[in-house]
Design a binder for this molecule. Sequence first.
Ligand SMILES: [Zn+2]
Length: 310
Amino acid sequence: MFRTPLFVAATALAASTLFTACETKPATASEAASPTAEALAADSAGTPVTSGTAATAEAEANATPAPDPSSIPAGSIADAATITARPQVPILCYHQIRNWRPKDSKNAKDYIVPEQAFRDQIKMLADSGYHTVLPDQLYAYLTTGAKLPSKPIMLTFDDTDLDQFTVARPTLDKYGFKAVYFIMTVSLGRPNYMSKAQVKQLSDEGNVIGSHTWDHHNVKKYQGQDWVTQIEKPTKTLEEITGKKIKYFAFPFGLWNQQAIPELKKRGFVGAYILAEKRDPIDPLFTIRRIIASGYWSPRTLHNSIVQSF
Ligand SMILES: [Zn+2]
């Protein structure tokens, strides 16, 4: 099941805010669902992906560098209906990548993917022929119809957890995969969270750093100065760390409202990511859907979820 997420790391929000809206059609796949040939092959193969395959995948993914969104003329940008009508690129959202502990709650385990389960999920993606894409590529695809690599997928990591650097990064490197890291800046340098140097390294290595607020407060409740504290200052911090413009935002808990979108645009963002609920028909670029890759999911379940949810 796609459980209603109730867990969030390192935040002290009131319990009433700790929910994420599920979409009406659950983004689920059961183990009993008939698997695709691809998923079966991935599950049964166990064949190591050769460096040659990884290199080819990387070459293909990097073949067409995406333009910076600011370089795309406004007149070339498709209208919202056209953007919404394009096939969605599957986007996965990860949080902690670590083995379960006895005190982890049932709900928390959706957000905590055990190390081997993570490696198995990523291997399945590589074996199934997926190529990771980054937000500028997705932006060019959505706005202008620019070509993407075959079987595109985006991998995103929220909340700054250290294991994203120590566990996920080496796994992605093995397959030439790049990812997006949505950072909440309050955690930088704290125990079990990434340091500024690690965030810079991820950026330098070709991954994308996005903003995920200062301390994970619900965007729907912002007033006045909150926009400075939660959005402006943290984004500036990330720009200082990476030396790059921060263009993309992920809503904490996936919670958004229409009032937030002009506020983000005003502050230079060109896209924002939610979770599995429906996109906004008016501003699909600011409500880009992701599904949480659950810690309970086998590679086959993940594959089925990708196919069914996007
Ligand atoms: Zn988060």
